[in-house]
Ligand binder design. Structure first.
Ligand code: NAD
Length: 307
């Protein structure tokens, strides 16, 4: 299979490119605009691979996207503005890349007749849930601009399946962590700051709950859905490893060997969702389950960043 991976120089996208090339005979074309969030360092080891081609470019560049999509069997669409805090400061680049970029890709995929379009989405599109878990049929209720643009992209992708028979499959994953994540995100930022003896700014009282998945487990799940997911369906990908932000912070301090007094509670994020949690029965039926506990994944992640 020849796969176009958008956003493949970012965190999850680059891990997925490595995963595909390590585990399959696939050919991969990576399209990435190399924004502040993307880096060719993340593709070290595969840039010279004859089965891999890197193209620097924007997912909104219609001519470029049409050229690339014409030559592949499947599209896996990661490229996005991904940081909630930045979307609160300004939503425009989020609408441009996450909504308009998805539309450009969908149009090109429809015209080229690709065999599979995997839309990479997030648990944040469901909004917060105080008890229980979200299943794939629950209504979308995004509560921050990032999540709203991701929900828009999901709806657009689904509409192309219904209207144009484009073979779209959507995945919604919980918070990822692991190697190659940008240092603005909670876990790499806190590992770095803790190792330098700097304070760790925890939003509010640290009670917000997130479900954390080690990125390699997510990549394996995405690969299963790419090959075996049913067209038109949504698959939640979660670990059931729920942690408050304070618990994550304390676990990082322990793994790094730093003191609890580095914790500094700061003003809460505007509109901060209290809790996300996913029902994963549907992807479980495809034979997937996570293999890393939060603690195992965190130790590997700490070792990676400290090195
Ligand atoms: P990231 O910010 O690390 O990477 C995004 C990549 O997209 C970067 O390499 C960037 O250069 C590229 N990009 C941005 N705008 C582009 C454009 N206009 N054209 C081409 N490339 C562009 O993000 P991530 O954390 O790896 O997330 C990847 C995807 O997974 C996103 O769609 C995100 O919504 C989704 N997701 C992330 C998480 C998570 O915990 N990180 C959880 C669920 C879903």
């Amino acid at each position: 299979m020849r796969v176009l991976v958008t956003g493949g120089a970012g965190f999850i996208g680059s891990n997925f490119v490595h995963y595909l090339l390590d585990n399959h005979d696939d050919e991969v074309v990576t399209l990435d605009a190399l924004t502040y969030a993307g880096s060719l360092d993340n593709l070290e080891g595969v840039l010279e691979d004859p089965r891999h081609e890197f193209v620097e470019g924007d997912v909104r560049d219609e001519d470029l996207v049409r050229d690339l999509v014409a030559d592949v069997d499947a599209v896996v669409h990661f490229a996005a503005e991904s940081h909630v805090d930045r979307s609160i400061e300004g939503a425009k680049p989020f609408v441009q890349t996450n909504v308009e970029g998805t539309q450009v890709l969908l149009d090109a995929a429809k015209d080229a007749g690709v065999e599979r379009f995997l839309q990479i989405s997030t648990d944040e599109v469901y909004g917060q849930i105080l008890d229980g878990t979200f299943s794939e049929d629950d209504p979308l209720n995004p509560r921050n601009p990032y999540a709203a643009t991701k929900a828009s992209a999901d709806l657009l992708a689904k509409s192309f399946e219904t209207t144009h028979d484009l073979p779209v499959v959507i995945t919604r994953t919980c918070n990822n962590f692991g190697p190659r994540q940008h240092s603005e995100k909670l876990i790499p930022k806190f590992i770095q700051r803790a190792s330098e003896g700097k304070s760790l700014p925890v939003y509010g009282d640290g009670s917000n709950v997130r479900e954390w998945i080690y990125v390699e487990d997510n990549c394996r799940a995405l690969d299963v859905v790419l090959r075996e997911g049913a067209v038109g369906e949504v698959y939640n990908i979660g670990s059931h490893a729920e942690k408050t932000n304070l618990e994550v912070t304390e676990a990082i301090l322990e793994a790094v060997g730093a003191d609890d007094d580095l914790i500094e509670f700061v003003e809460d994020r505007a509109g901060h969702d209290q809790r996300y949690a996913l029902d994963t029965e549907k992807i479980g039926a495809l034979g997937w389950e996570p293999t890393y506990s939060f603690e195992e994944g965190l130790q590997k992640t700490v070792d990676y960043y400290l090195e």
